[in-house]
Structures are given as C-alpha cells and as structure tokens.
Design a binder for this molecule. Structure first.
Ligand code: URA
Length: 432
C-alpha cells in the first residue's frame, strides 16, 4: 500500500524495490495521486535514499519509457552531460573535438528554460540547422561522420518529466538522490559506452558547495557502476558564467572561436579537460596522452572542421560557422553597459546574467516561449578583473528595445566589487 511506503520513508527506513515499483509505476499511470507522490518526495528530501534505493529508483524510472539503442552505430560512443550552467556551450566544442579523433558523439539534447540555455536552441541559431532528426537519420549520420546532435526524440523517461514537475513546485529539486536518479535514468536510457558528467558547483548551479557536488558525483558514478556503465565526473565552477557569452548565436560564435584556438581561457581549459576524459573513457590512452590529443584538435583545426561537417550534414549553412565571417544572426540593438562601481570584480551571479539574457529574448520563461537566436549578453570582465567607474563591463544584444532597461538592472545587480584583489575561483575543482 502507498500509505505504508510513505510511512517507511517518513520514518527513515528503506523502501524495497517492489515498493518503489508500486509507487513510480502507479504514479506514471495516474493511479498514485500527486499528493502522495509529493509527500514521498518531501520524505526523501529529509530522509534521503540508500545507494541501493537510488539505483533501483533509477532503473525503474528508466524503464517507464523508450530505450534508445545505439548499438548499430559502429565505434565507441561516449556521451557528455552538464548539470546545467550559464554560458555553457561546451557540447558544441567537445563533441567535434572527440569526433575528429574517431570517438562517436551521438547526443540527444534539450532546450533551455529560465536562466539556463539548451544545446538545441544554440544549434538552431545556425541558419538552416535541423535538430528534428528521426532516430534512423540520427544513427545513419553518426555512422557516416561520427557525430550527430539532435533534439530529444521519443518518450525518454516519462516518469522523470512527471516527477520533476512535482519536485519543482514542492521545493524538492535539490536533493542528491533525486537529482542523481533523474539525470542518470535519462543517460542510461541511451545505450552509449561511457558517460562524462560536468557537475557544476557555485551560485549559478544546483550544488552550491564542493561537498554537495562531490556527493552528487559519487552517487551518479555509483548508479553507473551498478548498471555496468563507465562514468567519469569533472566538477567545475559556476560562480560566474562560463566563457564570455550567454545567448544562442553569441555562444555558437564563441564555440567556433574556441575550436579555432582563440576562445576564452576558462572555456578552453574546461573543454580540453572534458574532451580528454571522453577520449580516456573511449580507451584512446593515458590521461596525459588524451589531454595532448584533445589540445591538438584545437591546434590543428580538426575539431572546427568536424563542426563544419556536422553543420553541413544537418542542413546548416557551413559559412555561418566558418571564421572569420561567421554568418550568424545579429541583434538590432547592441548596448554597452558601464560599471557604476569601481574596484575588483568579486563575484558575478551567473543566474542573474542568465536571467538578464532571458529578458533580452535569449531564453524562455515558460516551455512554449520562442527564443531569439541573436539575443544575449557578452561579459567583458570576469572575477578578479579591475574596473573603473564608467568602464564597459558587458554588452547587451537584443531586438527588444523596451527590455534593455530591465535587463541592464538585472545585470548590474549581478556584480559585486571589492577594494582588494579577490581569490579567483579555480575552474576545475575535482576530477572523479
Ligand atoms: N537536471 C536533471 O535532469 N534533473 C535534475 O533533477 C536536476 C538537473
């Protein structure tokens, strides 16, 4: 009985596999009402799940929907996932990097919501680029050129969609086991050979400190192990946006610059680290060797060539991603933002920058909103940089003139300053 399942979790006891099957199966079929599921989620929030319960929950969730079988794609397939950041255009960079070295990158991605962006929106800012590939087309392309990036097809883990909606309104999103099973059920539903996870930590992330980020990482590695899947984790900083741009076409441009060897240092460093981990999981060689191989894909331009090949294959205009012209959408209004304070930048609230970009048209308030590919924020200064009053700290791009004022206010409030040089947060906190 659901009532007994709730009592056990409320009292801090474990739920058996059968109990979890009854609860999740019943909820997906609308036999368990929202109020009982909400009560269980809140009990989990305070009482947590054991490693066994977490693995069972993940497996039960994963089997509520389609399994995307990639076994008929030749070669080693490595997936990559980020727990969600601002300015995170890493997939557009590491995918082509590893694919240019023969590791298959066949990835299904999502759209952005609220302050975070989504890879599908970024790709769709490339004129003509199609993300609505059928599964057969997706696999055929991955076999042919080693890379395919598409929007989520089919019905992957419907249990997660339903549970997440309830977590969102019951303040139970940020619980380690619930996040780990949500992410891993979706990753395990696609049969790749290995998964590299970029777990974000900081003000702009679910995990606010390194202890929580490590706990989440270990939980996801453990779930992977129990399902026979290799998982590596890089924990990276999200106390400020990644790179210098937030917004779809702006981020594509920065991804191209990074693949050309002219990207921001933090973004390049993280991409080399993640691509190297992906190559290592694929058996390319030692950690040191893989770092060198990853770096070479930038130095020789082989990663950029692969991105251009990907764009051509998915109907995009190759000229739009070929430097130096990069024929990408541009906004009608481009406004410099001047600092109202002086001193060293001490922090830049990534979430606020993401929201400012959303106000300019780059993101969605709700699921069905349209995004403007040209809109977004370029930041010109980062933590540790010294600025004078009146100096440009960011540039806004938008087609919505009336939204410049509220976006500016949101953005300026994202910065704090100090008289002394602050400690610049390390980008890569830990590799597991
Ligand atoms: N991302 C997910 O997919 N699920 C969560 O619960 C949190 C982040």
């Amino acid at each position: 009985m659901i009532y007994d399942i709730l009592i056990r979790k409320r009292n801090g006891l474990e739920n058996s596999r059968e109990e979890l099957e009854e609860l999740i199966g019943g909820f997906v079929k609308d036999k368990v009402p929202d109020y009982q599921m909400a009560a269980w989620l809140m009990a989990v929030y305070f009482r947590h799940l054991s490693a066994r319960e977490r693995a069972d929950l993940t497996e039960i969730m994963l089997h509520t929907g389609d399994i995307i079988d990639l076994s008929d794609i030749n070669g080693t397939k490595i997936d990559k996932h980020s727990t969600g950041g601002v300015g995170d255009k890493v997939t557009l960079i590491v995918g082509p990097m590893v694919a240019s070295e023969g590791v298959v990158f066949a990835k299904l991605s999502g759209r952005g919501l609220g302050h975070t962006g989504g890879t599908v929106d970024k790709l769709e800012s490339i004129p003509g680029f199609r993300t609505d590939l059928s599964l057969d087309h997706f696999k055929e392309q991955a076999n042919r050129i080693g890379i395919a990036l598409a929007g989520q097809t089919g019905n992957i883990v419907p249990a997660d969609k339903k549970i997440y909606a309830l977590r969102d309104v019951t303040t139970t999103v940020d619980e380690v086991s619930l996040i780990a099973s949500s992410i891993m059920s979706k990753k395990l539903a696609i049969t790749t050979d290995g998964i590299v996870l970029d777990v974000k930590v900081g003000t702009g992330a679910f995990m606010k400190n390194i202890r929580e980020a490590e706990e989440l990482s270990k939980a996801m590695i453990d779930i992977g192990k129990r399902h026979g899947r290799s998982v590596s984790v890089v924990i990276s900083d999200m106390n400020q946006p990644l790179g210098m741009t937030v917004g779809n076409a702006l981020e594509v441009r920065e991804a191209i610059e990074t693949l050309s060897g002219h990207g921001p240092e933090d973004l390049e460093q993280l991409c080399i680290c993640l691509a190297a981990k992906m190559l290592e999981l694929a058996g390319v060689g030692s950690e040191e060797h893989c770092v060198n191989v990853a770096r070479k894909t930038i130095e020789t331009g082989s990663g950029l060539e692969k991105l251009i090949e990907l764009v051509r294959a998915q109907g995009g205009d190759p000229k739009s991603v070929t430097p130096p012209t990069m024929n990408l959408p541009r906004a009608q209004f481009v406004r410099e933002i001047f600092s109202e304070a002086e001193g060293y930048i001490e922090s830049i609230d990534a979430e606020a920058v993401g929201l400012s970009s959303m106000i300019l048209g780059a993101g969605r308030r709700s699921k069905d909103d349209k995004v403007d590919p040209a809109a977004g924020v370029e930041i010109t200064k980062k933590i540790g940089n010294k600025v004078e009053r009146g100096e440009v700290i960011a540039v806004l791009h938008t087609n919505l003139e009336d939204n410049i004022e509220p976006a500016t206010r949101k953005l300026l409030a994202a910065y704090t300053f100090s008289d002394d040089m602050p400690e610049v947060p390390a980008l890569i906190k830990s590799v597991l």
